[in-house]
Design a protein around this ligand. Structure first.
Ligand code: FES
Length: 179
């Protein structure tokens, strides 16, 4: 007699759902770039935007779809620092490293943020709450230094404001988790 392992079945069904989602994104991106040379980078960006990071499954399915080897795709993914290899934190903190923000004190803010979160760029805090990424101009130069978190740009930032912002995001998340 079979004994159904529901955990195993759920795991398999989630994996199938994820694979279908990845295939759908690849298909749509390939249609969008129809007639042009294979554009691997934009498809990878689209996949990362939706899936959060570039997993082994993404690499395999994308290589199959574009008729490339896994090594070809992996080579591109590892060349660009923009691509994440692990699940990102709940909030991705983007610090602007372009000229105007640097001139207005981003160096100090950068150091403070790294120390406070205890991570460097391209890393995620142990509790999975924050990832830290550099960005090169957020189009908000008049209000430097600028920071972006979850599609929201914050102006005239300094260590004090950053501390308040990170604390409020932690409180907000913990409150939602308890409910
Ligand atoms: S230089 Fe930072 S927003 Fe433009």
């Amino acid at each position: 007699m079979f004994k159904l392992d529901t955990d195993e079945l759920n795991k398999e069904s989630n994996q199938n759902q994820e694979n279908n989602q990845i295939k759908q994104i690849i298909e749509m991106s390939m249609k969008a770039f129809n007639g042009q040379p294979v554009v691997l980078l934009p498809i990878l960006h689209e996949l990362q935007n939706t899936m959060g990071y570039i997993s082994e499954t993404v690499i395999t399915l994308l290589a199959e779809a574009l008729n490339l080897s896994r090594a070809d795709v992996y080579g591109v993914v590892s060349f660009y620092h923009d691509f994440r290899h692990t699940t990102p934190g709940k909030y991705i903190v983007h610090l602007c490293r372009a000229e105007s923000c640097q001139a207005m004190g981003m160096n100090v803010l950068e150091q403070f943020t790294k120390q406070t979160l205890d991570i460097d760029y391209h890393q995620t805090t142990e509790d999975g709450m924050f990832s830290l990424e550099p960005v090169y101009c957020l189009g908000n130069c008049a209000c430097s230094p600028s920071v972006k978190i979850s599609n929201q740009v914050y102006s005239d930032m300094n260590p004090h404001k950053m501390k308040q912002l990170l604390d409020s995001l932690r409180v907000k998340t913990n409150r939602v988790d308890v409910l």
